[in-house]
Design a protein around this ligand. Structure first.
Ligand SMILES: [Zn+2]
Length: 80
């Protein structure tokens, strides 16, 4: 049984967006989260839409420039 059906049996009133939120489709722009490390060792995670060009430097909340941290390629997440 699908989760939606089970929840509705339990009396939950689900918003129309429920299925869309549970299963993001192409209607939603996929996101990537880019991590930056500033000169004061603050980690800053910034969400970007995948179609934007991600800057290599971001201004940290402390005002120092933060350089992009290159993580392992999360290819599997993007393709599934
Ligand atoms: Zn900082």
């Amino acid at each position: 049984m699908k989760e939606r059906d089970r929840l509705m049996e339990q009396g939950y009133s689900l918003p129309a967006e429920f299925d869309r939120l549970r299963a993001p489709s192409s209607a939603y722009a996929p996101r990537q989260v880019v991590t930056y490390l500033c000169t004061r060792e603050h980690l800053v995670s910034v969400p970007f839409a995948v179609e934007v060009e991600v800057p290599d430097v971001w201004e940290c909340r402390c005002g120092q420039p933060a350089t992009r941290v290159i993580a392992d390629e999360p290819n599997s997440a993007a393709e599934e």
